[in-house]
Structures are given as C-alpha cells and as structure tokens.
Design a protein around this ligand. Structure first.
Ligand SMILES: CC(C)(COP(=O)(O)OP(=O)(O)OC[C@H]1O[C@@H](n2cnc3c(N)ncnc32)[C@H](O)[C@@H]1OP(=O)(O)O)[C@@H](O)C(=O)NCCC(=O)NCCS
Length: 231
C-alpha cells in the first residue's frame, strides 16, 4: 500500500480539486462547502494557500485522495486578509456558485457572513486554528486501520500542528460543532481539552466547542516521515 501526504500552503500549490471534493463530501454543512465548488477551487484553496493564509495537507492511499486537513496561522484575520488580496476572484467564485448550483441565496448569504465575520483578536497575538479535517469513511474502518496501521486523521493533524508550530504559532485551536460527537471524541482522545463554547463567525446553527491543544505532540507513530511512506 502506498501512502503519502502532500502538504500545501506557504509557497506550495494546493491540489485544489482533491481538496474541494474531500471538503464537500466530508463537511457538506460547513460555510465553505455551502459557498460552492467554484468558491473552494478558485478562491479558498487557491488564493489563501498561495498567500500562506491556509496551510495543510492531503493524504493519498494508492494515489487516491483519502483525507485532508486545512489550518490557518491567523484564525481571526485570515479571511479578511484573503479577501483584501483576492476579492475579485472571491466575488466571481461566489457569483458562479449562485448561477451554477441550485442553492438558496439565503444559505449563501449566511455562509458568506460566517466566513467574513471573524475579527482580528483584541490582544493582537497570533493564534492558529485547525479549520477542517476529514478522512473518507473507507479509510477510517477498523479493517483498513488493522491492515495498514494508519490513523490518517491523527497523522494529518500532526502535519498541520507541526506546520503551524514551524511558522512560530504557539496557540492552536480547533472548532468543532457541538453535535459532532465523533470529532469531539477524536480531539479528546488525542489529549486536546475543551476550552469553551464559541459561536464566533460560525452562524446560528453551529454553536461550537473550541479545543486547545494540550501538551506534547499527538504523534502516534513518530517514525512516519513528513512526506511519504510505503507500507
Ligand atoms: C473526526 C475524524 C477526522 C476522526 O477520524 P478517525 O479516523 O476516527 O481518527 P483516528 O483513527 O486517527 O482516531 C484517533 C483517535 O480518536 C479517538 N476517536 C475517534 N473516534 C472515536 C470514537 N467514535 N469513539 C471514541 N474515540 C474516538 C480515539 O482516541 C482514536 O484512537 P483509537 O482508535 O486508538 O482509539 C473523522 O471522524 C471524520 O473525518 N469525520 C468527518 C469530518 C469531520 O467531522 N471533521 C471534524 C470537524 S472539522
């Protein structure tokens, strides 16, 4: 079995199509998904990684996309900075989504507001955030884990945390919807602790829990190299 992680952001081009497909399939209710494929492919995963505002990795098993992680070194300001630098493209992408997908304008308006509403932190301290993380169900099954020895979600989280740390970010959070039990168990199981409920920038339907990473690395298998491994 061939397993590799393709990191993106900070000068590395993101595999936009794979990211958009994985994001839409795994997190269909998220504001980013609701803004549509064009928004993801032409702005969110193209402009923001190029500017170093969104970083992350895609995991491939036998060359098939299996999971992804996206994180930001500036959880409060990344979207504003991105829009400042690439607003024509963002506007075009949202416009194209409205024309090509049969979504209600109200839903789009909510998603757009949720994305834009993050404000810079009052204390001005840089803080990172795991924005999205997901692994396709087939690669989470007990049988796959037994055969491959891979915990792809944990591995991707390690890549993202390592990347943010490498950028000098010490405070890293992850926002999880209150009804996402699997994700809450996932973070708790890795030693992250609940920091408190937060609704900032997420819209009415998504009261969230913010987790702050506690202590040392989450790495289960420190022997896995950062770029690729064959099993
Ligand atoms: C959240 C998600 C990424 C976790 O993926 P995963 O494949 O279960 O993660 P891992 O196999 O790496 O699990 C790591 C650890 O998390 C914990 N965990 C994960 N699911 C759990 C569950 N249902 N019950 C208890 N603990 C759980 C365990 O500690 C587990 O370690 P173990 O298997 O040795 O017990 C996955 O459920 C997913 O992709 N969900 C859809 C997208 C999503 O909701 N993303 C989160 C919000 S951005």
């Amino acid at each position: 079995m061939d397993y590799r992680r393709l990191p993106f952001g900070s000068g590395t081009v993101a595999p936009v199509r794979d990211l958009a497909r994985l994001h839409a399939a795994l997190l269909p209710e998220s504001p980013v998904s609701r803004l549509g494929r064009r928004f993801m492919e032409d702005f969110y995963y193209r402009v923001l990684p190029r500017e170093g505002l969104v970083v992350g990795a895609v995991a491939y098993v036998d060359e098939q996309p299996a999971g992804f992680v996206a994180a930001t070194p500036d959880r409060n300001g990344f979207m504003r900075s991105g829009l400042r630098r690439g607003w024509p493209r963002a506007l075009w992408a949202v416009g194209a989504s409205v024309l090509t997908a049969p979504k209600s304008l109200a839903t789009l308006w909510w998603a757009w507001g949720a994305m834009r509403s993050r404000r810079p932190a009052a204390d001005g301290k840089p803080a990172g955030e795991i924005l999205s993380l997901g692994v396709l169900p087939a690669y989470r099954e007990a049988r796959f884990i037994r055969q491959s020895g891979l915990h792809i979600a944990t591995d991707l989280l390690d890549v993202a945390v390592g990347g943010l740390r490498g950028m000098g970010i010490q405070h890293i959070g992850a926002a999880v919807r209150a009804d996402n039990t699997e994700a809450k168990l996932f973070y708790a199981g890795l030693g992250w602790r609940l920091h408190g409920p937060s609704t900032a920038g997420r819209g009415p339907a998504a009261v969230e829990f913010r987790w702050r990473r506690a202590g040392r690395s989450t790495a289960r298998d420190a022997a896995i190299p950062a770029s690729s491994v064959r099993r």
